[in-house]
Design a protein around this ligand. Structure first.
Ligand code: ATP
Length: 267
């Protein structure tokens, strides 16, 4: 797969994201339109936050949203995994932070996504000690270089906002906190629909109803993606089984889709 820090415009669209309409609006205002119509934002002297923190339970679309934002804005996307950055040799991780920001500047507009950002910003004085502290200080220097940061947007993601050092949550840093919740029953249906866009779904399947099924209670987007995959597997197995029956078997066009029964089996 791609090496760490590789930049490109991601291929995730807003249509791939189910629910989370509120976040779409926020990012449209704060990032997407700003990149598309920089002169208008300049004319009105609008000074907006450029650093965000997406927080909430795992698997609910934080990474997906960040990619969709970059795609809609036509911006490059650099994905940094907090723990990987931290695991570099002492001293080297500070250099890595500098390198990441400098690369982001050269390919601006650019969205820098810090996944598991809490690993880098754990409250000072805790375990991990001075390695984290030095890395954190370097990160703050980069985040605060407002002029230099033009065209570089920063989004962090965490499941544990409470362990993060307050200093990084200030405006201009990861200052705008946005909660990414577990989906409601309706949103589960919308997520299933978003995921099904690329799947051969039978016309009779009612994904909104499946989303409301009690068996889907408390499932995250990632769980729903796994459910869709299992249903697709069940459909595939049906198709293969019927194909093996040979010329006299029941293999026909209708066995090429994912049906309600396949979801029932997966639930
Ligand atoms: P983590 O905190 O574990 O990193 P995350 O919040 O970043 O999780 P993602 O990586 O964005 O979650 O989601 C994992 C997968 O789950 C996505 O690739 C997608 O298939 C599915 N998914 C999650 N949320 C949604 C959503 N709102 N709409 C569509 N698919 C979703």
């Amino acid at each position: 797969s791609r090496r760490e820090g590789f930049s490109a415009v991601p291929n995730v669209k807003w249509d791939d994201v189910g629910g989370l309409q509120f976040l779409r609006q926020e990012f449209d205002r704060y990032i997407v339109r700003r990149i598309k119509y920089p002169d208008d934002y300049e004319d009105f002297g609008v000074d907006l936050e450029t650093g965000f923190l997406l927080y909430g339970p795992p698997g609910c679309g934080k990474t997906l949203i960040a990619k969709a934002v970059a795609n809609e804005a036509g911006a490059n996307f650099i994905h940094i995994k907090g723990p990987e950055l931290l695991n570099k040799y002492v001293g080297e991780s500070e250099l890595a932070v500098r390198t990441i920001f400098s690369r982001a500047r050269t390919c601006s507009p650019c969205l820098l996504f810090f996944d598991e950002v809490d690993a880098l910003t754990t409250k000072r004085g805790r375990e991990g000690g001075w390695v984290v502290e030095r890395l954190l200080n370097q990160l703050l220097i980069e985040l605060d270089g407002a002029e230099q940061r033009r065209g570089v947007y920063v989004i962090g993601a965490t499941n544990r906002p409470e362990v993060m050092d307050r200093a990084v949550l200030r405006p201009g840093r990861f200052g705008k906190l946005l909660y990414v919740p577990l989906p409601t029953p309706d949103e589960r249906g919308m997520i299933l629909k978003a995921i099904a866009r690329k799947k051969p779904l039978d016309a009779d399947v009612d994904l909104m109803a499946i989303g409301k099924d009690s068996a889907c209670e408390n499932l995250s987007g990632a769980d729903l993606s796994a459910l869709m995959n299992e249903a697709a597997m069940a459909a595939l197995e049906d198709k293969l089984t019927s194909s093996y029956k040979g010329p006299g078997g029941t293999s026909n066009g209708t066995s090429r889709t994912i049906k309600d029964t396949h979801f029932r089996r997966a639930l």
